[in-house]
Design a protein around this ligand. Structure first.
Ligand SMILES: [Zn+2]
Length: 308
């Protein structure tokens, strides 16, 4: 029997790995927070600054932070960007526009409804401190950035979002996985540019990635090589388990809306409902489209039915 994904809570204290510090995010690194990584050699860099406001503010006051690396455009990875007004912001080129304007971020999410856009746009500004970034340095897959004895290599990891990237530090064999987060919830692909196939390809290529330390942006946060190697296939199997669960539910015909109303992914209502309904709908559609193309489900007049 394949093992289910077993994870631990995030460390409560800051963890140091050579020139790196793992900064645990508030709420155990759950949304709307994420874990951050601080990289210190000749310069000080931060990855995904949305962990702990007090810590990051103290860092900003006591160090000259020259670089902020952001794995993808989601609001819960850049809540405290504003603490580093003098830094350069390194962001995925594929989604650079989303760091320049709220409208572009809403477009990438696939939010079409004007009311939903207005509501979420305000949340991004008021709760996530969004303001258009200047000093942007768009990065590309495979690009390397250096300071002192540190090399940071951009490892493309699309699926969660199109530009989603991991950061690898070959000198110290540390891989920052961002939202390949290895949580029991499983892979998330609820935006317009998210892709089930890309996520699977990313997991396929990361599965054999040899490092000493693996850092995720949510929940457990720190994985040894052994833990990582067990977690990746178990995390990937959550996608197949979702297919199986859908096939079971589609023994009687259902529309996407009916499935989303049952909170297929989240299991319970979440606030605000229209955002979560939107996410459920996008994630469900990806599974349904694939099941239809595999000939396992028929989709007639918007109602889906398992074929056997
Ligand atoms: Zn994300």
């Amino acid at each position: 029997m394949p093992q289910p994904l077993i994870t631990k809570p995030a460390p409560e204290e800051i963890q140091t790995f050579g020139p790196f510090r793992f900064i645990p995010g508030k709420k155990g690194g759950r949304y709307p927070y994420c874990h951050s990584l601080v990289i210190e050699d000749e310069e000080t860099w931060v990855a995904d600054p949305a962990s702990d406001k007090d810590f990051l503010r103290h860092l900003a006051r006591t160090r000259k932070v020259t670089g902020v690396f952001i794995s993808h455009f989601h609001e819960d990875h850049q809540k405290y960007n504003y603490l580093f007004p003098e830094a350069r912001f390194y962001v995925p080129a594929a989604e650079a526009e989303a760091f320049r304007s709220v409208e572009a971020a809403l477009d990438l999410m696939g939010l079409d409804d004007p009311q939903a856009r207005e509501y979420w746009g305000e949340i991004m500004v008021r709760q996530f401190n969004f303001s258009p970034l200047e000093n942007l340095v768009p990065y590309e897959p495979g690009q390397c950035f250096r300071q002192g004895g540190i090399t940071l290599e951009i490892v493309p990891a699309a699926g969660h979002t199109l530009g989603h990237s991991c950061f690898y530090f070959p000198g110290q064999e540390l891989l920052f996985l961002a939202d390949v987060d290895l949580t029991p919830f499983g892979p998330w692909y609820g935006d317009k540019t998210s892709s089930l196939e890309d996520f699977e390809a990313t997991l396929e290529s990361l599965a054999g990635f040899k490092a000493r330390t693996y850092i995720t942006a949510h929940e457990q946060g720190v994985f040894t090589q052994e833990e990582f190697q067990a977690a990746v296939p178990a995390y990937r199997r959550i996608i197949a388990a979702r297919d199986d669960r859908l096939l079971e539910m589609l023994k009687t015909p259902k529309t996407v809306k009916q499935l989303a109303d049952r909170h297929f992914f989240y299991g319970k209502p979440k606030e605000p409902p229209f955002i979560y309904h939107h996410i459920e709908t996008q994630m469900l559609s990806r599974h349904l489209e694939r099941l239809v193309s595999q000939g396992l489900v028929s989709g007639i007049d918007g109602a889906y039915l398992a074929k056997k």
